[in-house]
Design a binder for this molecule. Structure first.
Ligand code: COA
Length: 215
């Protein structure tokens, strides 16, 4: 199957290598908004241009795509655009990840090397479970949430849409991190996190700033 990757940055490279390791998908090009990347190669794959090339790709019978952008809102809007152009969104699951047979996984989901997705968990569309992150049993991870490398969710945790769980952060069992919330790197969450706030530290407490350093 031929596919394109939208986003030729760091996360795009990671997703390319996941697809290569998993096999079955031939990546024919990257799409990226950065004009200086057009007609260059990223890890031996050409950067074809921006959204204006999508109709040409559809004529070439390229039907599949994955959006590889770390920023949650940008990833969501590009997924919508691609679907409007008739592309089918695919997943990138690294062969070294352990995904429970009872886990349910949406579209445009990335599960990176060494990650674990536990029993009866649900990853909605657009979720990133990054390198070595752990989603334990019966977790619900909402649309376009990002679990950064080494983050840990205990059992029955709910991560709502668009939330961002920083590197190495931990969320204890049965809690909810609400929509758009940011959990800083290394935090330990021991209470529910309200929507669209940032928490950091051990135990995690709210801070006033709110920028997603999604990398
Ligand atoms: C939480 C975070 C989003 C805050 O970013 P920010 O809004 O730019 O905040 P600032 O850097 O201005 O820091 C604000 C305050 O919070 C503190 N702080 C920021 N991040 C912190 C963290 N992870 N743990 C503890 N304290 C932290 C800062 O020291 C600062 O404290 P001060 O006001 O006493 O000086 C960011 O620091 C972070 O942890 N991002 C996660 C990065 C990550 O995991 N990347 C992986 C990409 S795949």
């Amino acid at each position: 199957m031929e596919a394109i990757i939208v986003g030729a940055g760091g996360h795009g490279k990671v997703v390319l290598e996941i697809l290569r390791a998993a096999g079955g998908v031939q990546v024919v090009g990257f799409i990226d908004a950065n004009p200086s990347l057009v007609d260059t190669q990223v890890l031996d794959v050409p950067v074809l241009g921006h959204l204006n090339v999508l109709p040409r790709l559809r004529q070439r019978k390229v039907h599949h795509a994955i959006v590889a952008i770390g920023d949650n809102a940008a990833r969501q809007s590009y997924c919508q655009l691609l679907q409007q152009h008739g592309f089918e969104l695919i997943n990138a699951i690294h062969p070294s990840a352990v995904v429970s047979p009872s886990a349910r996984i949406g579209k445009n989901v990335v599960v990176a090397a060494g990650a674990v997705v536990g029993t009866d968990s649900h990853l909605a569309d657009g979720v990133i479970v990054n390198t070595a992150a752990v989603v334990d049993h019966e977790c619900q991870v909402g649309e376009f949430a990002h679990l950064c490398p080494g983050s840990l969710l205990a059992g029955r945790v709910t991560i709502a849409a668009g939330a961002f769980i920083g590197m190495g952060a931990k969320v204890i069992q049965c809690l909810t991190v609400a929509s758009g919330a940011v959990v800083g790197a290394g935090a330990v969450v021991i209470r529910d996190v309200p929507p669209a706030i940032t928490v950091v530290g051990v135990p995690a407490r709210q801070i006033q700033t709110h920028q997603q350093n999604a990398g």
